[in-house]
Write a protein that binds this ligand. Structure first.
Ligand SMILES: Cc1ncc(COP(=O)(O)O)c(C=O)c1O
Length: 429
């Protein structure tokens, strides 16, 4: 059998080096996966608590979903949107049913990047204004526009610069000026938004776009009244609100289908990808009827609405409904959050443990201060892998560990994972 090392040697010859895998000199070369487990090509089994970046939402090669994917594959694989298939309509109906407020009309594509492109296009055509305001530490994807919307240096490549994107302060309470309360951090954010509109625009904007919880930014959870205070300013400037639910969607934050519902506000446009399709390539933009209808002219995505992707995604969402995974996210998320809180109190290398539902993070610092510690973050994720647990990294400074198990994770796996996290923390402290 070919070894991991041999495959990596070939990989480096034929792949762009920017697609750097995790785990440095010892990357994980995957052979297969089932439910919560991944096996490498040497036959070692890992408990997956990152799900291909919050994407394999209800288990690898989930039997119930795979069966429906296979059935669709044998029936109708592709037509593009020049013809209609019912499964696409059924999925759009389901998304409209489960999303809040007046969100009703969908555009399907293949990725979060495309979903966000579509959202910005719709906002610009609806308002007749090009300016989009988004948050520092955001991650929106990898097209030129999406990289412009993103506000983390490592993810902005190639001289990217959409002239109409403005970034404002994000509600990152842990890294706000020392001593500020959550309420004062929101005050600062409000002030920055008002100043940006007053000084960096003509007073009118197309959209304010935000992830309810910043994902790649390191699971940054805004204070309770953040969106309620931001949105009136956005509306006053004529803008619509785009909620990027690519990471927070589909129950992950616990108890609600969409992350933004925890903040009691209604977006005008929402975008989804990742966990929506349990690993099939999907992007979805849903908008209010009047915004969707404003996208006049010709646009299409060859694979958007692909019947196999639609069937897999519908099966995924129906599986979530049948197993009430939003409730499981709330329950298991509470257990994980309690454990991580205990670890934060015990280990000074943890600056903060935070999160919501099954979107939990630990931010590493040099003990006794606030200085981000990226080296210990890498060591921690590698140590967990050696102990059989897969986790993710994130944060502008590369010092946040993201823990995001499958939405149907059970007690036993959660306990095993938390034991490994505890052992790795003790080893590295
Ligand atoms: C919040 C958010 N939006 C958009 C994207 C882009 O999605 P994709 O990689 O599917 O293009 C990502 C990817 O990580 C994301 O986390």
């Amino acid at each position: 059998m070919t070894s991991s090392a041999a495959i990596m040697d070939r990989y480096s010859q034929v792949m762009f080096p920017a697609t750097t895998p995790y785990h440095g000199d010892n990357p994980l070369v995957v052979e297969r996966a089932k439910d919560q487990y991944i096996w490498d090509i040497e036959g070692r089994r890992y408990l997956d608590f990152f799900g291909g970046i919050l994407t394999v939402s209800v288990g690898h090669c989930n039997d119930e979903i795979t069966e429906r994917t296979m059935a669709q594959l044998q029936k109708l694989q592709h037509t593009s949107t020049i013809y209609v298939n019912e499964i696409m309509v059924r999925l759009a109906e389901k998304v409209a049913e489960l999303t809040p407020g007046r969100l009703q009309k969908c555009f399907f594509s293949n990725s979060g990047t495309e979903a966000n492109e579509t959202a910005v296009l719709a906002a610009r055509m609806y308002t007749g204004n090009p300016v989009v305001i988004t948050l520092r530490h955001a991650y929106s994807g990898r097209s030129m526009l999406a990289m412009s919307l993103s506000a983390q240096r490592p993810w902005r490549l190639g001289g990217v610069n959409d002239p109409y994107v403005r970034h404002v302060r994000n509600p990152y309470t842990f890294r706000a000026p020392a001593g500020l309360t959550a309420e004062q951090v929101v005050d600062l954010c409000v002030q920055d938004l008002e100043e940006t509109i007053a000084t960096g625009t003509e007073g009118r904007i197309a959209a304010f776009m935000a992830e309810p919880i910043q994902g790649a930014g390191g699971f940054i959870v805004p204070p309770e009244d953040y969106f309620k205070r931001i949105l009136p300013i956005v509306k006053e400037a004529g803008g619509v609100f785009i909620a990027d639910e690519v990471q927070t969607g589909w129950g992950r934050t616990g108890g609600k289908w969409c992350g933004i519902e925890h903040w009691g506000v209604e977006p005008d446009i929402m975008t989804f990808a990742k966990g929506m399709g349990n690993g099939s390539p999907i992007g979805c933009t849903i908008a209010t009827p009047e915004i969707a209808d404003a996208v006049q002219g010709l646009t299409f995505s060859t694979f958007g609405g692909n019947p196999v992707t639609m069937a897999t995604t519908l099966a995924t969402i129906e599986y979530m409904e049948a197993h009430d995974t939003p409730r499981n996210c709330a329950e298991q998320g509470a257990r994980m959050s309690e454990k991580l809180g205990e670890f934060a109190a015990e280990f000074p290398i943890i600056g903060e443990a935070r999160g919501m539902g099954l979107m939990q993070a630990i931010e590493f610092v040099k003990p006794g201060g606030m200085e981000p510690d990226a080296a210990i973050t890498v060591a921690f994720v590698d140590t967990c892998k050696e102990k059989g647990l897969l986790l993710g990294k994130g944060g502008l400074y590369g010092n946040v560990v993201r823990i995001a198990p499958h939405l149907n994770v059970g007690d036993e796996d959660m306990d095993i994972a938390m034991d490994i996290v505890a052992a790795a923390l003790a080893e590295l402290s």
